[in-house]
Write a protein that binds this ligand. Structure first.
Ligand SMILES: NC(=O)c1ccc[n+]([C@@H]2O[C@H](COP(=O)([O-])OP(=O)(O)OC[C@H]3O[C@@H](n4cnc5c(N)ncnc54)[C@H](OP(=O)(O)O)[C@@H]3O)[C@@H](O)[C@H]2O)c1
Length: 270
């Protein structure tokens, strides 16, 4: 097993770390670094080596997950470079949104860089993780890095960094859009007299049942599933007419366009 480090032990690093520990029982040599040692205790409890020194973690590792926020990444990479970390035989795996490989390479001269884009349902093994390997990373390492991420759920191999941006919006941000829909339905349940607790249960079952229908009827177009609940002139039909009147599809298109625009702005900043 290669030696692994996480620079930054926040939410997403924790998610990936837990996945690795579930799937690779022999992975005891994982470093996690961050500015507050007390916040890293949960990693130490799972046999990780924790440190406040990013340099120590990077020096000791072959595969380095960059788990800091994008706005911190420049200074973290600069710190590693200034402290003499030799990246020539290391693989950097960046999960930072809107931070291009070219920017990471400008700061580190690292030859091997992978971009990944996880999503929060990865916490329960049901995420969608985009992955983009640059040319130069050999099949053995591609396989190894993929195996570290597979426990997070579906792994989606992409052919470009723009693919990473797209999956960031379509799978990374989209849970927030679905939550917003669930929140709105929960609110309606309460408006129609259900208690908060019942409203929550209704939303949970609605999400589970509807997603399961899509999964169990994999060969059926989603539009056909919708039509199956829509009799012309019936109640659902009337509701859908309102979605059309409020330009639902155009709204969704604009939502994703806005995500992509912001990602491109970030790319220019870093
Ligand atoms: N969360 C998501 O859904 C998601 C999805 C896709 C991609 N990502 C990407 O994942 C990355 C991490 O996001 P997150 O949600 O996990 O954020 P987070 O929970 O805030 O984690 C960031 C971590 O970085 C640590 N940190 C701050 N300054 C540091 C430094 N100088 N050196 C080392 N560590 C430092 C923080 O430690 P302290 O708390 O001790 O300050 C914190 O543990 C981001 O680049 C984000 O774009 C996140």
């Amino acid at each position: 097993m290669s030696k692994i480090a996480f620079i930054g032990g926040g939410n997403m690093s924790s998610c990936i770390f837990d996945g690795i520990k579930r799937a690779h029982k022999d992975a005891d040599d994982i470093y996690v670094s961050g500015p507050h040692l007390e916040k890293l205790a949960k990693f130490a409890d799972k046999k990780a080596k924790i440190t406040t020194s990013n340099v120590e973690a990077a020096k000791e590792s072959d595969i380095i997950f960059l788990g800091v926020k994008p706005q911190m990444l420049t200074s973290v990479l600069q710190e590693l470079k200034d402290n003499g970390i030799d990246f020539s035989a290391k693989i950097l795996v960046s999960m930072a949104a809107g931070f291009k490989i070219a920017s990471i390479r400008r700061l580190t001269a690292a030859p091997y860089i992978v971009r990944i884009m996880p999503s929060t349902p990865a916490k329960i093994g049901l995420g969608i993780t985009g992955i983009y390997f640059e040319n130069g990373i050999d099949d053995k390492n591609k396989k190894l890095i993929s195996s570290l991420l597979e426990p997070l759920g579906m792994l989606c191999r992409l052919n470009s960094e723009e693919g990473i941006n797209a999956i960031g919006a379509l799978a990374g941000s989209a849970p927030a859009f679905l939550y917003r829909f669930f929140e709105a339905v929960e609110h309606e349940c309460i408006r129609y007299g259900f208690s908060q607790s019942d409203a929550r249960k209704i939303v949970e079952q609605l999400g589970l049942g509807t997603s399961s229908m899509v999964i169990h009827n994999h060969e059926t177009p989603i539009s056909a599933l919708r039509e199956a609940v829509t009799s012309k002139g019936g109640t659902t039909y009337e509701g859908l007419q309102q979605m059309t009147a409020f330009k639902f599809e155009e709204m969704i298109e604009e939502v994703f366009k806005a995500c992509m625009k912001k990602t491109h702005l970030f790319e220019e900043m870093f």
